[in-house]
Design a protein around this ligand. Structure first.
Ligand code: PEP
Ligand code: MG
Length: 334
């Protein structure tokens, strides 16, 4: 078994007929960046930068951020054999990720519905200096570590938000370059798709970004109107609600039509029964916690892409979560 495990760690993920699917890692600190490289991740598909900002009364300054990002980038890049792309998500504060240090900057965060309140990109836009600092630190650390850096913005609802964020990104980059700093030119800019609004606007959004990453945890929460931290409501629904599956398909179609890459991070991508079906739907990259990587690579390789495509499209016809589960279980056993 250990031999089999090591074999998956060293090879790129593909279906039985050799269709490539990128399997990447969700990382939240230096240790998990190490674990990602050792587990055979083909990149970091989601670097949650929240690790740096939690449990303190004042936020880290730019220099401290630079050093911390550099440590994470190096922890991955020095050991990873299958890819050097790191997707860093800008601070996703708010909702299930509260940060007391924000209050002196943006005012009290006592909200009746924090999941529907100030979070992620909304905070970037009301206090953009924090975002500019983070972008400078990320860009400098990316160049220093010589990795292929992608930047990703969380909690997007509208095209206007994305335009403003991309402007801030270009201004920040230009500022560094004016100061004589040489940055790598292969940086891509993408967004998370986590809200029904972003799903319906995916065609317009796809035209202005380089890639999408579907945050399946939040997309589930906002599609089903079920607080992800409230087990009593999430327990009322299944893992693969048809509404969520159809939303993902809509996003994939929009991305494909615009020729942009689409990834899924979030727990759905880590489920070995569901990950191959996401690939069948047209998702090109799956990002997950490092321990899931070997399992998902093995699952993808069980069948051809044609097979996964057929089952993924069967799932689009499911009208209840029970129907969906039957399709998933049949595909698992066949
Ligand atoms: C998600 O929402 O699916 C996601 C990956 O981001 P987070 O869980 O950090 O909100
Ligand atoms: Mg999220």
């Amino acid at each position: 078994r250990l031999r089999a495990q090591a074999q998956w760690q060293q090879r790129r993920a593909s279906t039985a007929d050799g269709t490539a699917v990128q399997v990447s890692a969700n990382v939240g600190d230096v240790e998990s960046a190490h674990a990602a490289a050792e587990s055979g991740a083909e990149g970091i598909g989601l670097l949650r930068t929240e690790f740096l900002f939690g449990g303190r009364s004042a936020f880290p300054d730019e220099q401290e951020q630079f050093e911390s990002y550099l440590a994470v980038f190096r922890a991955f890049a020095q050991h990873a054999q299958l890819g050097q792309t790191i997707v860093a998500r800008t601070l996703d504060a708010g909702a299930d990720k509260p940060f007391p240090a924000l209050e002196p900057l943006i005012g009290p965060l006592h909200e009746a519905n924090p999941a529907l309140g100030l979070r992620g990109a909304r905070i970037h836009l009301i206090y953009d200096e924090l975002l500019r600092q983070q972008l400078r630190a990320l860009l400098l650390a990316g160049s220093e570590a010589d990795i292929h850096l992608h930047i990703m913005f969380p909690m997007i609802a509208t095209l206007e938000e994305v335009r403003r964020l991309i402007n801030i990104y270009h201004e920040t980059r230009a500022g560094l370059e004016t100061a004589g700093i040489i940055l790598r030119t292969d940086t891509q800019v993408g967004i998370m798709i986590e809200t029904p609004s972003a799903v319906f606007m995916a065609d317009a959004l796809a035209r202005v970004v380089d890639f999408f990453s579907i945050g399946a945890n939040d997309l589930y929460q906002y599609t089903m109107a079920a607080d992800r931290t409230n087990g009593r409501v999430t327990g009322m629904f299944g893992l693969l609600e048809p509404a969520v599956w159809r939303s993902i398909y809509r996003v994939v179609q929009a991305a494909n039509q615009a020729g942009k890459l689409v990834a899924v991070c979030g727990e759905l991508a880590a489920d070995p029964r569901i990950a191959p079906l996401l690939a069948g739907l047209g998702v090109q990259e799956l990002s997950m916690n490092p321990p899931a990587i070997v399992r998902v690579k093995a699952a993808l390789h069980r069948r051809t892409i044609d097979y996964w495509q057929q089952r993924a499209h069967d799932l689009l016809l499911a009208e209840t979560v029970t129907d969906a589960l039957t399709i998933v279980e049949t595909a698992e056993q066949e």
